[in-house]
Ligand binder design. Structure first.
Ligand code: ATP
Ligand code: MG
Length: 381
C-alpha cells in the first residue's frame, strides 16, 4: 500500500491532514481495505459452497491458518464444518437471506473446536454464477469455556453446601437417638436379648454418625492426616465389594510391590479408591479381570517420589466421546444407577493430596479395558 502521508501530525494543522488522509483513503478505496485487514473480527466472502473468495488475516488465524491465501487454497467448507451444522446454516441462510449472531462450533486446521458468532449476508446467484455470502465472525471459544467453568464451579459449590447441610442437620437427631438407645440398653428392665439388639442398633448408628462426620470433614477439609499404608487402604476399599466381586466371578489380582507408607488422610483415600473399584466392577463383564497394584512411583511431571496405585479392569473401556468428561461432576452413563460424582470426588481428593490422576482406556474388542493410575507424594497431606 502507498504511504498516504498522514502519520506525521504537526502543531496547528492536526485536523486538516487527518481529514485529507481520510478522504484520500476513501477515494482510493484503501479505507475499506485497511478496515478489512486490521479488523479483529474475521471478515470473509465465500461461495455458498464454501470456496473462500476473500478473507482477512483474523479469519485465517481463527481457523489456524497463517494467511488468507492458505485458507483460499482449501476446497469447499467440509474441512471446517460438520455436515449437520452446515446443513442447518445453509438452510437458514437461504430461507432468510441473512444470519445475525448465529452461533456455530467449527473445526480449526488442527481439528480443535472453535466456537464462533457470525453475521452473514447472502449474495444471490446470478447468471449461472454460484451464490456467495459475506460475513463477519468473532471467536467466542474462550468466553464459552469461562461460562461453562463458572457453571461447573457453581454446581460443585451447591453440592458441597447441600451435603454439608444434610450432614449437619442429621447430626442433632442422631445424637438424640444415640442417647436414647444407650438409656434403653442400660435400663434395669431390659432383658439380655433386648440389650443385645440395642447394642447392635447403637453400633449401626455409630456408622451413620461416622459418615456424617466424614462428609462434614470432607467439605471442611478437616479430617486428620496420618501415616497411612496404601496397601491397607486398598484392602479396606476392596472389603466393601467382596460380595459383588464374588457374585460376578471377577478374577482379582493384587500386587503390592511397595509398602507405600505416606502421610495422608486415610478416610478420604479409602473413599477415592472405593470409587475406582466400584467403577471397575461395574465395567467388567461376568468373569472379567480386576487388577490392583501399589508400587513405588514418581510424579510424572515433577519427578517427586511417592506411591502409585493402579486400578485396571478388562471392561468395555470408556467411549471416546466420553473420555473428556468422566471427571466432571454429574457425568454418568449409568442413568439412574450412577450419580456421576465418583470420579469427580476421587479427583478432588487426589488433588487435595497434591497427587495426580490419569487413565488409559481402550474399547478395542478382545483387548478392551481401563486403567486408572493415581500418584500420591510421600508427604501427601
Ligand atoms: N473403569 C471404567 N470403565 C468404563 N467406564 C468407566 C470406568 N470408570 C468410569 N467410567 C465412566 O465414567 C463415568 C463417570 O464415572 P463416575 O464414577 O464419576 O460416575 P458413575 O460411576 O457413573 O456414578 P457413581 O460413581 O455415582 O456411582 C461412568 O458413568 C462411566 O461411563
Ligand atoms: Mg462411579
Amino acid at each position: 500500500m502507498k504511504d498516504p502521508g498522514f502519520a506525521k501530525p504537526h502543531a496547528g494543522t492536526a485536523v486538516a491532514p487527518t481529514a485529507r488522509a481520510y478522504l484520500w483513503l476513501r477515494e482510493s478505496g484503501e479505507l475499506w481495505r485497511m478496515l478489512f485487514d486490521q479488523n479483529l473480527a474475521g471478515v470473509f466472502c465465500s461461495t455458498v459452497d464454501g470456496q473462500m473468495l476473500e478473507c482477512n488475516l483474523s479469519f485465517a488465524r481463527m481457523f489456524g491458518y497463517d494467511s488468507p491465501a492458505e485458507i483460499a487454497r482449501r476446497p469447499g467448507a467440509d474441512y471446517y464444518f460438520d455436515p449437520a451444522d452446515r446443513q442447518r446454516f445453509i438452510e437458514k441462510l437461504r430461507a432468510d437471506g441473512w444470519l445475525r449472531n448465529f452461533e456455530l462450533t467449527l473445526r480449526k486446521q488442527d481439528g480443535a473446536a472453535v466456537t464462533i458468532l457470525e453475521n452473514v449476508t447472502l449474495l444471490p446467484a446470478e447468471r449461472g454464477q454460484p451464490a456467495a455470502m459475506l460475513g463477519t465472525v468473532i471467536d467466542i471459544t474462550g468466553r464459552k469455556h469461562a461460562q461453562e467453568a463458572m457453571l461447573r464451579a457453581e454446581k460443585l459449590a451447591a453440592v458441597g453446601r447441600l451435603a454439608a447441610s444434610i450432614a449437619h442437620e442429621i447430626n442433632n437427631p442422631l445424637e438424640a437417638v444415640t442417647n436414647i438407645l444407650f438409656l434403653a440398653r442400660t435400663h434395669s428392665e431390659a432383658t439380655p436379648a433386648l440389650r443385645e439388639l440395642l447394642l447392635l442398633a447403637e453400633q449401626e448408628l455409630a456408622r451413620v454418625a461416622n459418615i456424617t462426620r466424614q462428609t462434614l470433614g470432607f467439605f471442611r477439609g478437616a479430617s486428620e492426616p496420618a501415616t497411612t499404608s496404601m496397601a491397607t487402604i486398598l484392602e479396606d476399599a476392596l472389603a466393601l465389594y467382596q460380595a459383588k466381586i464374588r457374585a460376578k466371578n471377577i478374577r482379582l489380582v493384587k500386587q503390592v510391590r511397595f509398602n507405600g507408607l505416606i502421610h495422608a488422610r486415610p478416610g478420604e483415600l479409602r473413599q477415592a479408591f472405593s470409587n475406582l473399584v466400584a467403577n471397575a466392577i461395574d465395567a467388567v463383564p461376568d468373569g472379567g479381570n480386576l487388577m490392583l497394584r501399589v508400587s513405588r512411583g514418581r510424579d510424572w511431571r515433577t519427578n517427586m517420589p511417592g506411591v502409585t496405585v493402579t486400578v485396571a479392569d478388562s471392561g468395555l473401556g470408556i467411549d471416546p466421546q466420553h473420555r473428556k468428561r468422566i471427571f466432571e461432576a454429574f457425568f454418568t452413563t449409568k442413568r439412574e444407577a450412577g450419580t456421576g460424582l465418583g470420579l469427580w470426588l476421587t479427583r478432588e481428593i487426589v488433588l487435595r493430596h497434591s497427587g495426580r490422576i490419569r487413565f488409559r482406556t481402550s474399547s478395542r474388542p478382545g483387548q478392551s479395558g481401563t486403567t486408572i493410575s493415581i500418584f500420591l507424594p510421600m508427604a501427601s497431606a
